[in-house]
Design a protein around this ligand. Structure first.
Ligand code: S3P
Length: 432
């Protein structure tokens, strides 16, 4: 292990996970041949592909190198009742967005998933979809998968969502699209808007406007068949966040991460670490696949603790574990609040991060809706648990790349859910 962490490299990260799920769903709901490049070949997106295949759609394997695939869609009306349960694996986005699309189909099917997914709350989705007319039967723990979905004609809804959640919003929008009925969702603040962007690119009318209680998103489906997509999926900012964090912890060097999606609903982590003292240059800004994209250039920084409140959480929701781990290397205290949703992600990410930090000798205190982390420059050592959560494994993997630390991770392979090749890339850009 070198005694100094030097970062260098000109790298790309795999395609965006949220956009990949949606690109696959929309291209199978469209009529004609879609051409998709840069899809994430991670396990979560493979779950979406296999669920769509089980519904009779022709979806080729997702190439490991992000090369082009062609998906021939026959319209959502051509989806057929599956012969077996639909296994969404570890992927909440697969389960929740598919529920929206399945709500309007005239057949019955059952969605399930792995142990983690079968413990995650689904009534936030089945609630509004049931109000539209779909029927659900819970076959597992209350509110959880496996859930049988009996779809059919749906009615319109103006749904006021208690959370800024793209999964809730997208499920309702996709249900409206699939059933051909107008829908609106009001959320407390705008959650990631990839569904709306793709709908707009496919010629559907989606309006986003400020409204009482937050932001209202309205879809009035045209009723026309969806045209095929041409899409180059940009790099995932949630994956780039781990490399940015590594560069911040380095002693010298600079990292360039090309082709990262910089949609403002996804870049909260970059804004938060800038407040901690980082400088991240966004170069070569352009638009690709209907999304703003740029190359990120980042080097080491002296970090200081910050306060993070509820209004900043949705845009950084998947990156809070990395932020909290970085806080262990910042000067002073970092206090994260308004992040209770972290308790119902792939694992309880508040308990997982705080517990692992304490295992390594960092002072970390759990709050009901967040945590307090006190920075230290002591060497950190211990065996941490990933809890089968990809982002927990990667966040602690970054800390483990710092010379002097000895961080062992129980299940490093879980990174394949969203970032195949993570460990190789981490080693490749870290040097002495
Ligand atoms: C996602 C939305 C977010 C995020 C998840 C992906 C999506 O979940 O945490 O990783 O693709 O729509 P919520 O909608 O529950 O906030």
């Amino acid at each position: 292990m070198p005694s100094r962490l030097h970062v260098s490299g000109d790298v790309t990260v795999p395609g965006d996970k949220s956009i990949t799920h949606r690109a696959l769903m929309f291209s199978t709901a469209a009529v004609g041949e879609s051409r998709l490049r840069g899809l994430l070949p991670g396990e979560d997106c493979r779950s979406t592909a296999s669920v769509l295949r089980a519904l009779g759609c022709d979806v080729p394997g997702l190439p490991a190198d992000g090369g082009e695939i062609r998906v021939t869609g026959r319209g959502i009306g051509a989806w057929t009742e599956p012969a077996a349960w639909l296994d969404c694996g570890n992927s909440g986005t697969t389960a929740r967005l598919m529920m929206g699309l399945l709500a309007g189909r005239p057949f019955t099917c059952t969605l399930t998933g792995d142990d983690s997914l079968r413990g995650r709350p689904m009534r936030r989705i089945t609630g509004p979809l049931a109000r539209m007319g779909a029927r659900f039967r819970e076959a597992g723990a209350p509110g959880c998968l496996p859930i049988e979905v009996s779809g059919g004609p749906l009615q319109s809804i103006d749904y006021v969502s208690p959370k800024a959640s793209a999964q809730i919003k997208s499920a309702v929008l996709l249900a409206g699209l699939g059933a051909g009925v107008p829908v609106s969702v009001t959320e407390p603040m705008l959650s990631r808007d990839h569904t709306e962007r793709i709908l707009g690119a496919l010629g559907e009318t989606v309006a986003t406007e400020d409204a009482e209680g937050g932001v209202r998103i309205t879809l009035a489906p045209s009723g026309r068949p969806l045209p095929p997509l041409r899409m180059e999926v940009p790099g995932d900012p949630s994956s780039a966040a781990f490399l940015v964090a590594l560069a911040l912890l380095a002693e010298d060097g600079e990292l360039r991460i090309r082709n990262v999606c910089i949609n403002p609903t996804r870049t909260g982590f970059f804004r938060l670490v800038e407040r901690m003292g980082a400088r991240i240059a966004m170069e070569n800004a352009r638009t690709a696949g209907g999304e703003p994209v740029a190359d990120l250039v980042v080097g080491p920084a002296r970090l200081r603790g910050i306060g993070v409140g509820a209004g900043e959480v949705p845009d950084a929701i998947d990156e809070i574990p990395m932020l909290a781990v970085l806080a262990a290397r910042a000067e002073g205290e970092t206090r994260i609040t308004g992040a209770g949703e972290l308790r119902v992600k792939e694992t309880d990410r508040i308990a997982a991060v705080a517990g692992n930090l304490r295992t390594l000798g960092v002072e970390a205190e759990e709050l009901e809706d967040g945590m307090i982390v006190r920075g230290t420059d002591r060497p950190l050592a211990g065996r941490v648990q990933a809890f089968h959560d990809h982002r927990i494994a990667m966040a602690f993997g970054v800390l483990g790349a710092q010379p002097g630390n000895a961080v062992e991770i129980d299940h490093p392979e879980v990174v394949d859910v969203s970032f195949p090749g993570f460990w190789e890339l981490l080693r490749g850009v870290s040097g002495g």
